[in-house]
Ligand binder design. Structure first.
Ligand SMILES: *Cc1c(COP(=O)(O)O)cnc(C)c1O
Length: 374
């Protein structure tokens, strides 16, 4: 993977903002409750290792990732706190996970039987820590009924020298919604599941960012804190009140690399989809869809010198063109996400234009854009 170290285009990550967001979240936790920082997808595009290090300083007691490779990356960087893989891992990898003290998510007894056999055959030195996932209404992964859960608890109990019951959890589908009826339905299902759990594991967790922000009775003693550490509101704009200031950590900037006066009636870009209706200053910005600036951003704006400049013509793979209010020279800063003068473009603004959520926007920048930490 080529990183563009020799060009002026970067993701700037404000680690102070991440620190502040996590510290606020930690302060609001009930005593005995621990925050696991979610750093999947390379820390939502911010750099998993850098985010993990700041999160530790801000009080995180562990980490969540989506896949085992991400967990190993943290271990290889010297991070020793608990790590939970939230997705389903191949039972063949149980030994590797156990040997690195990485906890795995389990949603079926079949998985436990396969992993148990493999751990037995490989003479694992320490038990694999497992977290049982309960499907209370997300419909993604996890045990479907308390009866299924009971079977798994029995298997764990019978094989506790190889597999340790470290945690149990569920995930809410609508914690970021004004309407809390489905949340309550899921919470009731969670309690039904929990009624069959006689020996409570170390970690019981139901909360993502949205649950931790807006649902006081979230239960459990661990939260899986994701998007809000990066300073974004999990609901987008649906719930605007937040208990503490969320400081966005990511900005995306580059520099103008070409500027010219285009006469009236000339077209710009592939497909000639834009034609000047008067003489216009057109600038060229040296990033494109290969950097994670989607083609669908045609018509959206970037900021130069506190001015909104519309993206004209199609976004190319490595460049796009903008209409500017006047001539700006080569090297003028162009802000794609962030502040310029008294204007700001947020990840939510971009998400709204693309009809998606900020999560997808921040994870979408490619590794060709270098990351700068401040
Ligand atoms: C990604 C994820 C989270 C974090 O969610 P945020 O909305 O970013 O806080 C928590 N739990 C699970 C199971 C996840 O997959």
């Amino acid at each position: 993977m080529t990183v563009g170290n020799l060009r002026n285009a970067q993701l700037t990550i404000n680690l102070h903002a991440i620190y502040s967001n996590i510290q606020h979240a930690v302060k609001r936790l009930d005593p005995g409750t621990v925050l696991f920082q979610v750093v999947k997808a390379d820390g939502y595009g911010h750099g998993a290792i850098q985010v993990a290090r700041v999160a530790e300083k801000a009080g995180a007691g562990g980490f969540c990732v989506a896949i085992l490779d991400e967990a190993l990356e943290l271990r290889h960087a010297g991070i020793t706190k608990p790590i939970l893989v939230l997705g389903v891992t191949d039972p063949e990898l149980a030994y590797l996970a156990a040997s690195q003290n990485i906890s795995l998510t389990v949603g079926s007894s079949e998985w436990l039987r396969s992993a148990n056999k493999l751990l037995q055959d490989s003479h694992a030195m320490r038990p694999l820590n497992v977290h049982l996932a309960l499907d209370t209404g997300m419909g993604r992964i996890g045990f479907q009924t308390p009866k299924e859960l009971e079977e798994a608890l029995g298997l764990l109990n019978d094989n506790n020298d190889r597999m340790a019951f470290e945690g149990i959890f569920t995930h809410f589908a609508t914690a970021d919604s004004q309407d809390d009826s489905y949340f309550k339905f899921q919470y009731q299902n969670f309690e039904d599941f929990m009624s069959v759990v006689k020996n409570k594991p170390k970690y019981i967790h139901v909360a993502n960012s949205a649950t931790s922000l807006w649902h006081k009775v979230c239960g459990g003693n661990m939260v899986r804190f994701g998007i809000s550490a990066y300073g974004l509101n999990p609901s987008g704009r649906e719930i605007s009140e937040v208990p503490y200031e969320l400081k966005p950590a990511l900005s995306v900037t580059t520099e103008l690399d070409f500027s010219k006066l285009v006469k009236k009636g000339r077209s710009i870009g592939y497909g000639a989809t834009y034609t000047t209706d008067d003489d216009q200053w057109i600038g060229t910005v040296p990033v494109g869809y290969a950097d994670g600036i989607p083609r669908a951003l045609q018509g959206f704006s970037v900021l130069i010198d506190g001015h909104k400049c519309p993206i004209v013509g199609r976004v190319c793979m490595d460049q796009f063109m903008i209409r500017m209010p006047k001539n700006y020279p080569y090297g003028t800063e162009v802000t794609i996400i962030g502040r310029s003068g008294d204007q700001e473009i947020t990840a939510d603004d971009v998400a709204d234009y693309l009809k998606t959520i900020s999560y997808e926007v921040i994870c979408g920048f490619s590794s060709r854009l270098r990351r700068k930490y401040v």
